[in-house]
Design a protein. Structure first.
Length: 295
C-alpha cells in the first residue's frame, strides 16, 4: 500500500477591474491555493480555450467589448514528485458593461416629408449610471459625409429640406475620455418634391387630322419626385392613366374614330404630395392644332 500525501491545491479565477467596461483591459488571474505556481495554464471562455500564454497565470484581453461577456474558467497543472496533477477552477460570469447604449437615429416629424418642411434628426442613447456625469459627443453623417462632428447636442436641424437632402443618415456617439464610439443603424430620409405643371403635346402636329389618323398625346412634368401618375382627359372625361418612375413623358395613343374625338385635351400629374394640371390643348378635326391661351 502506497500513501500519497497531496497538498490541497485548487484554482481560483478572478477578473479585474470589477465592474469592467467596454474599452478597458480585462485581466484574468488564475491562482492556485497558497499562490502555488502552476504550469500549462489554459483560460476558457464558454468552454473554448483562449489564445493566452500557457506559461503565465494572467491573461489580458485588450479593449474589452460586450462580446467578451461570458462564462470563464481556467485549468492548470502542478507536479508532485513525479506526478502531474491537473486542476480546473469553477466558472465565473464576466459581464462587460456598456458605457452607453447603441444609438438610434430618429426623424421628426417623419423620415418621409415634402420639400420646404422642417426636419430634426435626433440621436438617442443612454449612458451607464456610473458614467452619467460624463459628456457624450454626437456626430451626424449622410451617405458617408460628415454633417456635424463631435457636438454636445444630440440633434441636428434642417429648417427647409430639399429633394437633394434625401439619402441615408446615421449618427455616431463617443464618450468623453474613451476611444469607444458607436454608430446607429442607417435611417433613410425621403424628401418628396411637388410636381410642376405638366406640359401636354400632341403628335403628329401636322395639319389635316382626320378620322383614321393615329394621335399620340404626351404629358410630362419637368419636376416632381417619382412615381408620378399621369391622367389624360378629353373635355373633362378621363381617357386613361400612366405611371412614370424615372421622369419620362407619359404617352397615350389612340385612333381618331369620329369628330367626337375632337375637343380640349388636358393631363394631370400627381405624386404622393401634390397634383397639377396642364393647360388644355384643342384638337380640331379640320386639320388645326390649337393650344389654349387661357390659364
Amino acid at each position: 500500500m502506497t500513501l500519497c500525501l497531496c497538498l490541497p491545491v485548487w484554482l481560483d479565477l478572478q477578473f479585474l477591474p470589477d465592474p469592467v467596461f467596454e474599452g478597458e483591459v480585462l485581466t484574468l488571474k488564475c491562482q492556485g491555493w497558497m499562490h502555488t505556481q502552476l504550469s500549462q495554464v489554459t483560460f476558457y471562455k464558454d468552454g473554448k480555450p483562449l489564445s493566452c500564454s500557457k506559461n503565465h497565470q494572467v491573461c489580458f484581453i485588450e479593449t474589452a467589448t460586450v462580446k467578451n461577456s461570458g462564462q470563464y474558467s481556467c485549468k492548470g497543472q502542478k507536479t508532485y514528485t513525479t506526478r502531474w496533477l491537473t486542476y480546473t477552477s469553477e466558472a465565473i460570469r464576466v459581464q462587460v458593461q456598456e458605457l452607453f447604449l447603441p444609438p438610434v437615429l430618429s426623424a421628426i416629424p417623419s423620415p418621409e416629408l415634402g420639400e420646404d418642411s422642417p426636419l430634426t434628426l435626433r440621436c438617442q442613447t443612454k449612458p451607464h449610471p456610473q458614467k452619467s456625469t460624463w459628456q457624450l459627443f454626437f456626430s451626424f453623417h449622410k451617405n458617408g459625409h460628415i454633417l456635424q462632428e463631435r457636438s454636445l447636442h444630440p440633434e441636428l436641424s434642417v429648417p427647409e429640406v430639399k429633394e437633394r437632402d434625401s439619402g441615408l443618415y446615421w449618427c455616431k456617439v463617443a464618450l468623453e475620455g474613451h476611444r469607444v464610439q458607436k454608430q446607429s443603424p442607417p435611417l433613410e430620409i425621403k424628401v418628396q418634391a411637388p410636381v410642376s405643371r405638366p406640359l401636354l403635346t400632341l403628335q403628329p402636329r401636322a395639319a389635316g387630322l382626320a378620322v383614321g389618323d393615329v394621335v399620340e398625346v404626351l404629358c410630362k412634368a419637368e419636376r416632381g419626385s417619382p412615381p408620378i401618375l399621369y391622367s389624360f382627359y378629353l373635355n373633362g372625361e378621363i381617357l386613361g392613366n400612366y405611371s412614370a418612375l424615372h421622369g419620362e413623358a407619359a404617352p397615350l395613343r389612340f385612333l381618331l374614330k369620329s369628330e367626337q374625338d375632337a375637343g380640349n385635351y388636358t393631363c394631370e400629374a400627381e405624386n404622393i404630395i401634390s397634383r397639377a394640371s396642364s393647360r388644355p390643348v384643342k384638337l380640331s378635326m379640320n386639320g388645326t392644332f390649337c393650344p389654349q391661351t387661357r390659364l
